[in-house]
Design a binder for this molecule. Structure first.
Ligand code: HEM
Ligand code: HEM
Length: 156
């Protein structure tokens, strides 16, 4: 009878992996749908003026809420995933890029609440959502080729 192989560094237990996928999808989609409403959907009122669609605001509330969850899950991944993976030099490029992106999104997202100048706000906005859309590719490259799930560490 062969012994159970040692857990693979960085492999996530099922529940944690699904939580990260759900939160990442929610953050990305709510941001993308907000962009769709902002740039492609307008409603015309009774006086002929174009206004933003009422759903636009709701999608941003959903985005802000999901992003709090994602930052929390990032904290949960720190000890069991990011640090050991980095020490073993595994997937450093995509993992480190994801890490940097998330820190930047958290900082720039908060800044969007407080920046007074319209011009500065619109720059920070672009610098938030353009890399945000690109993040999906980095994420997909990072999670490719999962190791055997039976060797993932158990959920504590
Ligand atoms: C420097 C930072 C990071 C390193 C070194 C790293 C390392 C790794 C490694 C080695 C794997 C493959 C595990 C396996 O054998 O299946 C992996 C998978 C994964 N990583 Fe990272 N990672 C980092 C950052 C992140 C961040 C910030 C996130 C999420 C926001 C993340 C989410 C995931 C997910 C969801 C998987 C797939 C796990 C699985 O299929 O079980 N990683 N990472
Ligand atoms: C950890 C990741 C992220 C965090 C913490 C985060 C956080 C935030 C916060 C706090 C806001 C401001 C909300 C408001 O004004 O009510 C915001 C706005 C926004 N986010 Fe994110 N976000 C993240 C990732 C993303 C991603 C991946 C996308 C890409 C689709 C994205 C797209 C947007 C857009 C389009 C806005 C609106 C910008 C504006 O008001 O001009 N975000 N984000």
């Amino acid at each position: 009878m062969s012994a159970r192989p040692a857990p693979r560094v960085g492999a996530l237990p099922r529940r944690r992996r699904l939580t990260v996928y759900a939160l990442s999808t929610a953050v990305w989609l709510t941001g993308a749908v907000w962009l769709y409403f902002k740039y492609f959907v307008r409603v015309v009122d009774d006086f002929g003026f174009e206004n933003q669609h009422p759903q636009q605001g709701w999608w941003m509330i959903a985005h802000a809420m999901a992003s709090v969850g994602l930052v929390w899950s990032f904290g949960v991944l720190w000890l069991g995933h990011v640090k050991p993976g980095w020490k073993k030099k595994l997937r450093r490029l995509t993992g480190g890029t994801l890490w940097g992106f998330i820190v930047w999104f958290a900082l720039s997202g908060c800044a969007l609440y407080y920046i007074g100048s319209e011009a500065a706000r619109s720059w920070v906005s672009f610098l938030h959502w353009i890399p945000g859309l690109i993040l999906l590719i980095v994420f997909l490259v990072h999670i490719r080729n999962r190791s055997d799930p039976s060797t993932a560490a158990d959920d504590p």
